[in-house]
Design a binder for this molecule. Structure first.
Ligand code: NAD
Ligand code: MG
Length: 424
């Protein structure tokens, strides 16, 4: 395709310059995964889906395979993987459907895969995301938990594997867009005073603290601005999500925690900002639609159509900002505590939080106990060195055990209280 630019200079782009990217979408049936496929489908000339990987939603994966005809598919559940494989063969599709953690790592490493969208939720995404980094892929990082758990190990893998890392989390993608183009991890040397991460404040920004005891998973997952998976929705309600994002920013941008600040911005239009020493503040704005950061990461350095509704400032009207209340959102402070402590403290916090959130979603722990459990595990379990994947896995297991013990104690206490009340 030949394009004539205003000055009369001829610029040639299209087939000759544009390399088709071969993508593995990990977590393809989730919120980020389906948004990724939505963007990919708009650009059949740019992207081929080579791998689709998911946990358990076999019908969704089956439909995605029919539509995108990947070379391989993956399901964590082996019986479901076998069923999908059979159904695909019966419909005349040549898709190999695999299962098992090693198989997922092998798929990510395939020479024919150049780009990996890492969008599995939680610690389950660690090994595949790390494998993509070590294999030198273009890593589009949505799975923030892997960076929170394994910060130094992950960044080391990126460096040694010569991988290219693109943040998909909207705040980090915004920061990436607001940083100097040649930024190579030197915050002070680039004249950066602070990174400002915006947070919506979630569904309970104004709720009375005493009302939170009775909160249901459905209420916690009803985010005012974003439609997301259940785990991250609960994290947004506790603001642990923003805490995880502070840790994510620390590693992605090599930024000391003193230079990362969180500001509440209920409209979710300003996705984050970078403040420079001359007083300039550069922000990235847009509608709260994850297809924007996904398209930015997929297309980089090109800008590509994402299907996002047109931006309408008069309709938005006003943007507001406020300081987060540390008593209302203790999980945010815990993330800074973990960064100050260093070593495996962030791994322990992430593990505790995953167990606490899963219990809350299962109608076990009441909502305010998520923050209590996280605080206690972080205070009780000593942090250790974090130099290898084994260190990460060991700390993650310790954090999970401590969290399960905490839930056990809490359940026994609650039963004893009920018994005493019954005797009265
Ligand atoms: P989701 O729950 O909607 O989807 C999770 C996906 O992971 C599903 O496809 C599921 O099948 C898959 N999965 C789970 N366990 C698996 C396993 N063991 N093996 C293979 N696949 C497995 O979650 P989401 O909201 O899409 O979030 C995904 C990641 O992106 C999370 O780390 C989240 O923090 C991050 N993120 C999400 C958003 C958002 O808007 N949803 C924004 C920023 C960051
Ligand atoms: Mg985010």
């Amino acid at each position: 395709m030949v394009d004539r630019i205003g000055t009369g200079v001829m610029r040639v782009h299209g087939e000759a310059q544009m390399r088709v990217r071969h993508i593995a979408v990990l977590g393809s049936t989730g919120s980020i995964g389906t948004s990724t496929l939505d963007v990919v489908a708009r650009h059949p000339d740019r992207f081929r889906v080579t791998v689709l990987a998911a946990g358990s939603r076999e019908d969704d994966l089956f439909s995605q395979c029919l539509r995108f005809q990947p070379r391989y598919a993956f399901l964590a559940d082996p019986a479901a993987a076998a069923r999908v494989g059979r159904r695909l063969r019966d419909s005349g599709s040549h898709v190999d459907v695999l299962s098992g953690t090693d198989a997922l790592v092998d798929l990510v490493r395939l020479a024919e895969v150049d780009t990996v969208m890492a969008a599995i939720v939680g610690a389950a995404g660690l090994r595949s995301t790390l494998a993509a980094a070590a294999a030198g892929k273009r890593v589009l990082l949505a799975n923030k938990e892997s960076l929170v758990m394994a910060g130094p190990v992950f960044m080391d893998a990126v460096l040694k594997g010569n991988a290219a890392l693109f943040p998909v989390d909207s705040e980090h993608n915004a920061v990436f867009q607001a940083l100097p183009r040649d930024f190579a991890g030197d915050i002070a040397g680039s004249g950066i005073r602070r990174i400002l991460l915006t947070a919506s404040g979630g569904p309970f920004r104004r709720a009375l603290p005493e009302s939170l005891d009775a909160v249901t998973p459905e209420q916690a997952c009803a985010h005012p601005n974003w439609i997301m998976g259940r785990k991250i929705s609960v994290d947004s309600a506790t603001m642990m999500n923003k805490g995880l994002e502070v840790i994510e920013a620390r590693w992605l941008f090599n930024a000391p925690h003193e230079r990362i600040k969180v500001v509440i911005h209920p409209q979710s239009i300003v996705h984050s900002l970078v403040e420079y020493v001359d007083g300039s503040v550069i922000a990235q704005l847009g509608n709260p639609d994850m297809r924007t950061p996904i398209a930015h990461a997929l297309g980089y350095p090109d800008r590509i159509e994402a299907g996002v509704e047109r931006f309408d400032l008069p309709a938005i009207g006003a943007l507001s900002f406020e300081e987060p209340d540390p008593r209302r959102f203790p999980c945010l402070g815990l993330a800074y505590d973990a960064l100050r402590e260093g070593g495996s403290a962030s791994t322990l916090l992430n593990a505790a939080n995953e167990v606490a959130v899963a219990s809350f979603l299962d109608r076990g722990l009441p909502f305010p106990d998520i923050a209590r459990l996280n605080a206690d595990v972080l205070a009780e379990v000593p942090a250790t060195r974090l130099a290898s994947l084994d260190d990460v896995i060991e700390a993650d297991a310790r954090g999970r055990r401590a969290a399960l013990d905490w839930i056990g104690r809490r359940t026994r206490q609650a039963a004893a209280t009920r018994m005493r009340a019954g005797q009265r």
